[in-house]
Design a protein. Structure first.
Ligand code: NI
Length: 206
């Protein structure tokens, strides 16, 4: 008589996701405040003035994560909610990152608001994906990515990526920001502009 070990499989999960980014069963929620955004925006004087005016605890964005399995092949699903605003001429952004395992891809699907996914590679390619509800962007591995809110209401995306991807935020900090910034075009819209501080990305481990 032989005995077989039956693996205990995780059960499928139904997740209720609201257009405002609220989701049931989040395993982690984190928030970023104005004080966490030091060095992110080009106009440092405007940033400091905003900190003085609104306080370092002013909420900028928050993330709900649903990570219920671990290990290769499993997924993290979540929502990112980036509040509207500007620092100087520059629209509100998330910190941005490349995945620590750089070949890991990610999907972002816009649930509400109007925003951009700003994408760059270490070798200097840029891509701007404009997102409104119903539009999604499939971000391949090896692309640095950041959300930008160019609208008047919260920009909410549903994201999904491999749970072993990880995040490398230093790549942007070490380059003194992304190559491209998104600024007011003077007519209530947005335009992409070169970041005068950007020093280039270091070669990666591709
Ligand atoms: Ni990512």
């Amino acid at each position: 008589m032989t005995s077989a070990v039956t693996p205990v499989l995780d059960q499928p999960q139904v997740i209720e996701v609201q257009p405002n980014g609220d989701m049931d069963g989040a395993t982690r929620i984190y928030k970023k405040h104005l004080g966490d955004m030091s060095g992110i925006y080009v106009d440092e004087a405007a940033y400091q003035a905003q900190v003085a005016e609104k306080g370092a605890e002013e909420l900028i964005y928050y993330v709900h994560e649903h990570k219920y399995q671990d290990g290769p092949g499993s997924l993290i699903v979540g929502t990112s909610t980036l509040l509207p605003g500007k620092v100087g001429d520059e629209y509100a952004v998330t910190r941005g990152h490349i995945h620590a395992q750089e070949n890991r891809a990610e999907l972002y699907h816009c649930l509400s608001g109007h925003g951009l996914m700003l994408l760059e590679t270490r070798s200097g390619e840029s891509f701007v994906a404009e997102l409104t509800p119903g539009k999604a962007v499939n971000v391949p591995g090896h692309w640095i990515h950041r959300s930008v809110n160019v609208g008047d209401e919260p920009f909410v995306t549903l994201f999904c990526y491999a749970s072993d991807a990880g995040q490398n935020y230093d790549i942007i900090a070490h380059a003194n920001g992304m190559k491209t910034i998104i600024v007011d075009d003077g007519e209530g819209g947005w335009k992409a502009a070169p970041n005068p501080r950007h020093g280039g990305y270091a070669a990666g481990d591709q």
